[in-house]
Design a protein around this ligand. Sequence first.
Ligand SMILES: [Zn+2]
Length: 337
Amino acid sequence: MSETETSHDDKSCVPADSPTLDNSSSCTQMEHVSLAPLSRVAICGGTHGNEMTGVYIVKEMQRKKVKAAGSLYVTPVLTNPRAVEVCRRYTDKDLNRCFTDALLSSPVTDSAPYELRRAQELNAQLGPKGGKEAVDLLVDLHNTTANMGLCLIFYSLDWLTLHLLKYMQNKISSVPVRAIQLDIPLSDAYSLEVVGKHGFAIEVGPQPHGVLRADIFNVAKKAVDLTLEFIQEFNAGRTFEGGEVEAFTLVKSIDYPRDSSGEITAAIHPELQDNDFQLLRSGDPLFLSFSGETVIHEGEDLYPFFINECAYYEKKVAFQLARKTTYSFPSVSVEKD
Ligand SMILES: [Zn+2]
């Protein structure tokens, strides 16, 4: 038996929109960077209607009529209300795969999938993606059934996001705080957070979908509060010192072993289950077949994550594999006019 791979392009991690990026960990002090102030922040939940932490953080903010945090205008948005209503990931189509340039500009009729129409509404409300009128920061709240702690997921290596990651790592000790980078061009970037000028998803787990756990809720709420606190301090003129962070860059997704009719023939191996972000070496177990055989990892040492994520069975993904890179980032402060 062998693992089945879905390959992602294995390109360099240097994003197009960070011209001064230096991904060597041994670089000398980077030059200070001034960034525009952030005045509008969207806190989104329910993009997947059964990921309960974001649903209830947003509902609570709406109930309390949260509209501001100090200098910031804050908009809490329940992004997929129909899916939330029926407590399902989505009704017609995964909303968090609808924010590519192609789908956002495709003509829609009343018979188009609900989530496609909803993506275009959200792009009009919070974007447009890549446009001057877009919210300054979009944070989208998700849950995973995998044992991943708190992860910030993003596309390009945005200085502001790397600073926020470091800020959270310094202030959250109850769970590991990590970063996952999806090395995909912005035009093909498919998830909601790309609609903002800056944006990331906050992924917290393990939590079963359709279930609320107070410990997971508190971690996500803390991450939202720290985000708003960081932005207010940034807008007020504080200088945040440069440093280094690690990020996990997606390399490929691995499917379950299957028979000729496409039926799964093995489960995640007990030695892999719950060991997200623990280095997988050649020979380490991946799957345990229903007849008792162990399927092992072969090739490059990589880091597994989203191990046994419930929602990824339909996507034929048993887990994903990443490479770990250390990134340097410069000191930043708000630009003065
Ligand atoms: Zn989700």
